[in-house]
Every structure is written in structure tokens, then in C-alpha cells.
Write a protein that binds this ligand. Structure first.
Ligand code: GDP
Length: 197
């Protein structure tokens, strides 16, 4: 997919205020610091469309970007950041769950996982909740450039094994790097296919 245009549209914390047209949308979510902003900027070939920040947990809003004027990319808040107070954590988790439960035009969520880490309980729990709630998602492994190919393969295999303890099959996944654009075509072509189907 060629990205002809990618523009920020709106930020809010209320799913009822999200765009009302029925364009298909794709949500990106993961733990703070997983590399979500970097990935979005890499996919869109824009330097700072999504705000990368040294302070994880900053973007606690639903951010809509309109891409090629025919689909939305949605940047959701990072979850599970310890420095966020318990109260605000609860609040943003509620609006994240509201978003997924109410947003009918959401075609697919991409759950981002740092390929260097062992499976983290918070990610596994989040995906379990997605599964129980019938919300379709794929996995995107981030920061692939940080591992040698063998180590990457080993980690993905270990992740798959862990997922298979709870799931009948591993959800479709992508391996990406914001540094060298690994996985860019694969993710965009996948979205393109879904938009056309
Ligand atoms: P976010 O909090 O999930 O939006 O994460 P950011 O995109 O701000 O990235 C967090 C940190 O990881 C930053 O220091 C990025 O430069 C770094 N990072 C993100 N993606 C990659 C990647 O693909 N490769 C490498 N080497 N570093 C990355």
C-alpha cells in the first residue's frame, strides 16, 4: 500500500466522540515503551505523526489518524505502566475496553510485543481478554533489529509456545523494526487486503 496521505484527526477519551463515519479502522496497542509510536511513524513514513516520548504513559487518549482518506489508524494508550496511579490506570483501562467493545468499525487490533522480552503476564492477560470478548487481533513483534536472527526466531518460537497454552492457534503475527522498516510492506499489505475484502 502506498501512503499518499496520513493526517492526525482527533484525540479523545470517549469512544462516543470518535469519528462517526464508517471507514474501517485498525487499532495499535501495547505496553508503554513497546515502540508503538516509532512503528506508526515507520509505517506511515512520517517522522513524528505519532508522538514518541521519553515519558511512557503520556499519550492516554484515543488518537485517530486518517490514512489515504479511506481508513483510520488508531493509536491507543499504552497499558500497564507502573508510574500511572491506580485510579488513572483504571480509568484508561475502562475507556480502552469501551473502545473495543463499542467500536464496530474496528476491523482488527494489532497488539505490540517487544520481541526481546519473555512473554509478559500483562500482555497475555490483555490478549486473553480480547479473545474472551471476541475482539479480533494480530500480534506485531517490535524492535526486531535489536536481536540477531537466531535469537529472534527463538523468542518468537517461545512466544508461540506460551500462546498455545491458552489458545488453539497462534494469532497471525508480524515481525517489525522501526529502525530498518522490516515488516512495513507486510503489515500495510495486510491492511490493504482487509480494506478490499
Ligand atoms: P511507545 O511508548 O510504545 O510509543 O514507544 P516509542 O516508539 O516511544 O519507543 C520507545 C523506545 O524504543 C524509544 O527509545 C525508541 O527509539 C525505541 N524503539 C522503538 N522502536 C524501535 C525499533 O524498532 N528498533 C530500535 N532499535 N529501537 C526502537
Amino acid at each position: 500500500m502506498h501512503i499518499k496521505s496520513a493526517e492526525f484527526l482527533m484525540s479523545n477519551s470517549d469512544v462516543a466522540k470518535c469519528p462517526k463515519d464508517r471507514l474501517p479502522e485498525y487499532a495499535f496497542i501495547g505496553r508503554s515503551n513497546v515502540g508503538k509510536s516509532s512503528l506508526i511513524n515507520m509505517l506511515m513514513q512520517r517522522k513524528s505523526l505519532a508522538k514518541t516520548s521519553g515519558r511512557p504513559g503520556k499519550t492516554q487518549l484515543i488518537n485517530h489518524f486518517i490514512i489515504n482518506k479511506n481508513w483510520y489508524l488508531v493509536d491507543l494508550p499504552g497499558y500497564g505502566y507502573a508510574r500511572v496511579s491506580k485510579t488513572s490506570k483504571k480509568i484508561f483501562q475502562k475507556f480502552i475496553t469501551n473502545y473495543f467493545e463499542k467500536r464496530e468499525q474496528m476491523v482488527l487490533a494489532f497488539v505490540l510485543i517487544d520481541c526481546r522480552l519473555e512473554p509478559q503476564p500483562i500482555d497475555l492477560e490483555f490478549m486473553e481478554w480480547m479473545g474472551e470478548s471476541g475482539i479480533p487481533f494480530n500480534i506485531i513483534f517490535t524492535k526486531a533489529d535489536k536481536l540477531k536472527p537466531k535469537a529472534l526466531e527463538r523468542n518468537v518460537a517461545a512466544y508461540t509456545e506460551k500462546m498455545l497454552e491458552a489458545w488453539e492457534e497462534m494469532p497471525p503475527f508480524f515481525i517489525t523494526s522501526a529502525s530498518d522498516a522490516t515488516g512495513r510492506d507486510e503489515v500495510l499489505n495486510y491492511i490493504n487486503q482487509l480494506n478490499e475484502s
